[in-house]
Design a protein around this ligand. Sequence first.
Ligand code: SAM
Ligand code: SF4
Length: 433
Amino acid sequence: MNIYDSQRMEDILLSLGHKKENDAESANLLIFNTCSIREKADDKLFSDLGRAKILKDKSTEEDFIIIVAGCIAQSRPQDLLARYPYVDMILGPQDVQNISDRINDLIDNRDLDTLVFTNLKASDKFKRFSRASPLLKRGISEFLTIQEGCDNFCTYCVVPYTRGREFSRSVKEIISEAKSLVANGVKEIILLGQNVNSYNGLDESSEKCRLSQLLWELSSINGLKRLRYTTSNPKDVDENIARAHRDVKILMPSLHLPVQSGSDNILKKMNRKYNREKYFEVIDMLRGYRSDMAFSSDFIVGFPGETNKDFEDTLNLVKKVKYAQAYSFKYSPRPHTPAAKMTTQIPEDTKEERLRILQKLLNQQQLDFNSSFVGKRVEVLLTKEGRHLGQLVGRSQYFQAVTVDNANNLRVGDIAKVFIKATISHSLIGEKI
Ligand code: SAM
Ligand code: SF4
């Protein structure tokens, strides 16, 4: 979602005549669009800001501007003001669409202190984005935000406090943006939402439209070859979505379905509103409609109060589901969240040990999944040139990274039938059939 927001800010600024520099040393405006999901993301910003100050001090430009945008700006403005007084502006995720006006405000008012914009009210964000920005040519596979914010309030998660309440864009606006993307050469669209399955934007007759209906609508766009959507909360996956995976031809058979934990006890403390049995039911339903469905997930280990037995439940769930790919994290206390105040925090070394064990299992599953493709054919959407001459790289239907050798007759943007020769690390190597 930050990539999407950053690209839109870039569209606006480039259309107004700003120029993008490849290195920070040559720039006189630095924008950090930040993520606050885990503590590591905060730490990264703080070290980047240290480097930015050196550049600002060295600069001979009168208007050298540093802007912190996004979720850290929203969740910790006071910290930023106190620790980094040389930051010129703090801009929350619901104000990034006003980037050009805000920069002008700043230039007109150089004698003012840091400007802070952290209003979380539902905004005209997307209308402003699409009005202000003729879409620039980008990749073959692009993100399209259809829903933003979250009302779920999982007890570990900062998103409801940084992105605000759930908001769905209208069907008309989404279709129009999707058509512009396709007209610009995009072949795959990945629909984005913090909670994409609860999409309920209005259609042309002002009726609420569900995600499955939206997928059908998008599938009729000429030239669009692939559709994906992320991220789904298991509690919101319904049968219409499962059916769409069978019937919507361009909807890919892979799904990111974060379970977070395999323990009912921890899922309850996380306020996830499903249990492991419900999760298995959702997986079975999806596999019932589409037997080759590939699943990925997110996991948090060391949530407050997690016992050895709870962790064993997670391992056991992983063994049952068999994931194609997964992300896993140590629990990290976040500002404003209830879990950060729980008194049963888990020691760092226990979190590390559990993460190591879980990642070993998940890596093995990914390797097993990829190895099962050696000697088989997959369809690869080619997205860019490979590292070596004659190579192109892309993604399979199941979202595996694939390098295609001897791809001389193929072009970026093609969907190629590829014979898989080998798997290395987390990707597949193949040859055009
Ligand atoms: N909306 C998605 C869902 O419900 O699964 C998750 C979106 S969140 C931006 C991405 C992932 O970050 C989560 O699935 C979770 O695994 C991880 N995450 C969120 N808060 C975390 C925290 N406090 N500590 C560690 N990982 C966290
Ligand atoms: Fe965060 Fe996802 Fe839970 Fe919303 S559903 S609070 S984004 S983890």
